[in-house]
Design a protein around this ligand. Structure first.
Ligand SMILES: C[S@@+](CC[C@H](N)C(=O)[O-])C[C@H]1O[C@@H](n2cnc3c(N)ncnc32)[C@H](O)[C@@H]1O
Length: 271
């Protein structure tokens, strides 16, 4: 089964993308909130790609699946290095990703679809759930997503998660955050529900005069490191190593590390 997708080669999509998502209104797209708050973190794309190539020792031309790819912050970098990248995202932000990829001369396939329904033969050398793309759903469905993603990689292939961890969020992220990005005010209000272990974020984008342009609500399951390892194992994957802060030397994350990376592998035999 394949996910319900509207897959199109990057080039063919770009003229439509230009029409539907005017570049000066990119923040209106679903996922635009993420873009807005992450636009100033675009420099993390090259760092992520560097980390992945080094840690996974990816040979040129590796096939990489970028799940919850957003506008392709990481996938574009990998594609520009000659890897064959497929990015999957449910948001219309993939249209913007196609425009950006075209502008940068990067060849990657950006597919619009739901990771909960994703299915592919095991053709990928590595699959990514990068930049907090894991944890949107119930625990059962989160594991099911990992299972589906794991089934898309070759036996021995990698599944890599890049996450904040719960303790970092609790210490650093609760409350209000206001940011000014490209003339727009981004306001996030984050609360944490201890019973469900979920972070809830109400994001608002306003113009310079304070007029609300858009509002979105997000809910993420915030796993501890140990809970994440358990989820990965429940999905039938083997934990290979964990890293913190994109350092290529394995180590568990400390309270001050805002991000950590988990490298898992699909078993060589079996599923
Ligand atoms: C936090 S962003 C990370 C984007 C990207 N990986 C990066 O690091 O820049 C998470 C992305 O997951 C996407 N997403 C959320 N639910 C999804 C689903 N059910 N299927 C596919 N993508 C989804 C969102 O649209 C968003 O672009």
């Amino acid at each position: 089964m394949r996910a319900r997708v509207t897959s199109r080669p990057t080039g063919a999509a770009s003229s439509r993308a230009r029409r539907k998502v005017p570049a000066d209104e990119w923040w209106r797209t679903e996922g635009g909130f993420f873009l807005l708050s992450e636009a100033h973190r675009a420099q993390e794309g090259p760092l992520a790609a560097e980390f992945l190539v080094k840690v996974l020792r990816l040979p040129p031309g590796s096939r990489i699946l970028d799940v919850g790819c957003g506008w392709g912050r990481v996938g574009v970098e990998l594609a520009q290095q000659g890897h064959r990248v497929v990015g999957l995202d449910c948001s219309r932000v993939v249209r913007l990703g196609r425009m950006i990829a075209e502008q940068r001369g990067a060849h990657l396939e950006l597919v619009r679809g739901d990771m909960r329904r994703w299915a592919s033969p095991p053709v990928f050398d590595a699959a990514l759930l990068w930049g907090m793309s894991f944890g949107y759903f119930s625990d059962r469905v989160n594991v099911e997503v990992l299972r589906r993603v794991g089934s898309s990689v070759k036996p021995g292939g990698y599944v890599v998660l890049d996450l904040h961890h719960r303790d970092w969020y609790l210490a650093n992220y609760l409350g209000e955050h206001v940011d000014l990005v490209q003339g727009k005010v981004s306001h996030d209000e984050a609360t944490f529900d201890v019973a469900s272990g979920r972070l809830q974020v109400l994001s608002t984008v306003a113009d310079g005069q304070g007029k609300v342009l858009a509002r979105q609500y997000h809910s993420f399951r915030e796993y501890t490191v140990e809970e994440t390892l358990q989820a990965v194992r429940s999905a039938g994957l083997e934990v290979s190593a964990i890293y913190a802060g994109l350092s290529s030397r394995p180590r568990p994350p400390g309270p001050a590390d805002s991000s950590w990376q988990l490298v898992a592998r699909r078993r060589r035999s079996g599923r």
